[in-house]
Design a binder for this molecule. Structure first.
Ligand code: TRP
Ligand code: ZN
Length: 472
C-alpha cells in the first residue's frame, strides 16, 4: 500500500491534462533496447533497500494479503494458499514474490495459471498475459512443506514461523514473513490482511487484528479467521498457535483487549491483561489515539528471550513480561506499526522511541525520571560501544545494536531538553498523526522537529544520530 504514489499519479494526470499539446509528447521510441524492455519488463527482485537487497520486490504495490494455512504441529506440515491483491507500478512481464522453503504447487494471476521459477528467496512469476502499469491484479500461490525459520542467525537470532512443542511462535522481524507466506517482504510495502488458519481442534490461533467470526470446527480441525483492517508491515504478521489460556475484555477507555498465555505462564495472564490495558490507554494520551482495532499480548513458552511488537498482539517469547517491556512493545504500536520505517537503517525510529517510552513509563510511575536514566547512560565511558555506533545509520549486519535502542532513546531526550516539554510532546503527537498507517524516514522526523520548534536542530541530531563518538 502506498499513499504518496497516488498523489503523484494524480498530479501527473493533471499536468498531462493541462498540457496536452502533441509537441509535449515524446516521439515513439525507435531504440531497439527500449522496445525490448517495453515488451518484457521484469519487476526488480528487491524493493531497493541496500541493507537487504533481495527483500521486497519492484514493480507492484500490495493492497491485501489473504492467507489460508492449514498447520499440524505433530508433523510440522504447513499447507498454504496465499492470495495477494496488488497494483502494478510499471508494465510487468514478470514479477517476484519472496518465499523461502516449501514446495510451490501452483500459481495463478487473475485466475489464469502462471509459470513460475524459484531461486533462493525469489519466486519469479510470469503471468499468462503481461500486466500493465497501474493495473490491479490478483496472484494466488499454493505451497506446502515444513516451515524453515531463520535459526540463530548471527545478529538477528531465530525468527519467522517457528514450530514449537504445541504449535508455532510466529515473529518475523526483520524479514521472516517469507518463511510462512509469499510476500513483498519489506516494511516499505504495507497491506491489510485476512487470515484463515486451520489447526487441530483444541488449539488456539492468535493472528493480528480481530476475529471475524467464531472459530468453526469440521472433522476435528478448527479454522480461526482474523482480520487486520489497518495497513501492516509483513514482519508484524503473526499466526502464533498452540494451547493458550485467554482473557478478553476492554481497556478502561474501551479498546478491545485480548491477553493469551501458554499454560506454563498461567500465573502471568491477569498481569499481562491489566498492564496491557493500562499502558494502551496511557500511551493514547501521550502519543495520540490508539491506531488499531484492538490491543493485548501473547506469552508463549518458546524461549527466544525476546518480544516482538506484532500489530495488535505483541508476542513475548518464553518469559512473563514486566511493565517496562509491555510499555515498550505497546509503544511500538505507534512507532513501528502505525508509522513504519521505509528503510531498515532508520530502525532507531522504532527502537529508540520504544525505549524512550520505557523511560516515560518509569517517570509516569514515579520511579526513575527520563532525565535520570538519560544521565546514567550519558555517563558511560567514552569507549563504551554505544558511542562508536551511530544509531541513525543502523548497520545491516547489526540492526538491533544496543546503540539503536539506548542512544536512540537518548536522542529523543536530548531533543526534549532542547525544545522543551510542551513542544516535544506536541511533536510526538503530530508525528503519529501526520504519518498514521504510513511509512517514515529519519529526515522527515528531523524536518518536523525543526518546523515545530522553529530551531535548527541539525547539530543536535548529527551529534546524537550520526557521529561515532559520545556527544558532549
Ligand atoms: N523489535 C523487537 C523489540 O525490540 C526486537 C526484535 C528484533 C525481534 N528482531 C526480532 C523480536 C525478531 C522477535 C523476532 O521489541
Ligand atoms: Zn523494540
Amino acid at each position: 500500500m502506498r499513499y504518496e504514489r497516488r498523489a503523484v499519479t494524480i498530479l501527473v494526470a493533471l499536468v498531462g491534462a493541462l498540457a496536452c499539446t502533441p509537441a509535449d509528447q515524446p516521439p515513439p521510441s525507435t531504440d531497439p533496447t527500449a522496445a525490448a524492455i517495453a515488451d518484457g519488463r521484469a519487476g526488480a527482485p528487491g524493493i531497493g533497500d541496500p541493507a537487504f537487497p533481495l527483500d521486497g520486490n519492484g514493480g507492484y504495490d500490495v493492497a491485501h494479503y489473504a492467507i489460508a494455512i492449514d498447520y499440524t504441529p505433530s508433523d510440522k506440515q504447513l499447507r498454504g494458499v496465499t492470495t495477494i491483491t496488488a497494483a502494478a507500478t510499471q508494465d510487468l512481464s514478470s514479477f517476484d514474490l519472496d518465499l523461502t522453503g516449501y514446495n510451490v504447487s501452483g500459481v495463478t494471476v487473475d485466475d489464469e495459471a502462471a509459470t513460475f521459477s524459484r531461486k533462493g528467496q525469489e519466486l519469479t512469476i510470469r503471468p499468462a498475459r503481461p500486466i500493465g502499469d497501474d493495473d490491479r491484479f490478483t496472484v494466488r500461490v499454493s505451497y506446502a512443506g515444513t516451515p524453515q525459520p531463520v535459526v540463530n542467525s548471527a545478529n538477528l537470532g531465530t525468527y519467522g514461523f517457528i514450530p514449537t512443542r504445541d504449535g508455532a511462535f510466529v515473529t518475523a522481524e526483520p524479514d521472516g514473513a517469507k518463511t510462512w507466506f509469499p510476500s513483498n517482504d519489506h516494511p516499505a510495502d504495507k497491506a491489510t490482511f485476512d487470515f484463515a488458519i486451520t489447526v487441530p481442534a483444541g488449539l488456539t490461533v492468535l493472528a493480528n487484528g480481530e476475529l471475524t467470526s467464531r472459530p468453526t470446527t469440521v472433522g476435528g480441525r478448527t479454522t480461526w479467521r482474523w482480520h487486520e483492517r489497518q495497513p501492516m508491515a509483513t514482519y508484524l504478521a503473526t499466526a502464533t498457535l498452540g494451547t493458550f489460556d485467554l482473557r478478553e475484555g476492554r481497556t478502561a477507555a474501551g479498546i478491545p483487549l485480548l491477553a493469551a498465555v501458554d499454560p506454563a505462564f498461567k500465573s502471568s495472564l491477569d498481569k499481562l491483561y491489566t498492564v496491557s490495558g493500562e499502558v494502551t490507554d496511557y500511551w493514547s494520551t501521550v502519543f495520540g489515539p490508539y491506531p488499531f482495532g484492538s490491543t493485548g499480548g501473547v506469552v508463549d513458552d518458546f524461549s527466544t528471550g525476546y518480544a516482538l511488537e506484532n500489530q495488535t498482539k505483541p508476542m513475548y517469547g518464553g518469559f512473563a513480561p514486566d511493565e517496562a517491556i509491555i510499555a515498550h512493545e505497546l509503544a511500538h504500536q505507534w512507532f513501528g506499526d502505525s508509522l513504519t520505517i521505509r528503510r531498515w537503517k532508520d530502525i532507531w525510529l522504532n527502537e529508540g522511541f520504544a525505549t524512550y517510552a520505557e523511560w516515560l513509563w518509569s517517570e509516569h510511575k514515579g520511579k526513575s525520571t527520563a532525565e535520570a536514566i538519560f544521565e546514567r547512560n550519558h555517563a558511560r565511558p567514552a569507549d563504551d560501544p554505544i558511542w562508536a555506533y551511530p544509531p541513525g545509520q543502523a548497520r545491516a549486519d547489526d540492526l538491533f545494536n544496543q546503540s539503536v535502542y539506548t542512544r536512540g532513546a537518548m536522542t529523543l531526550h536530548a531533543l526534549r531538553k532542547a525544545v522543551g516539554d510542551e513542544t516535544f510532546f506536541k511533536l510526538l503527537r503530530a508525528w503519529t498523526a501526520e504519518h498514521r498507517y504510513g511509512n517514515v524516514t529519519t529526515e522527515q522526523f528531523i524536518a518536523l522537529a525543526e518546523k515545530m520548534s522553529g530551531k535548527d536542530l541539525g547539530p543536535l541530531f548529527d551529534a546524537w544520530l550520526f557521529q561515532p563518538r559520545r556527544p558532549a
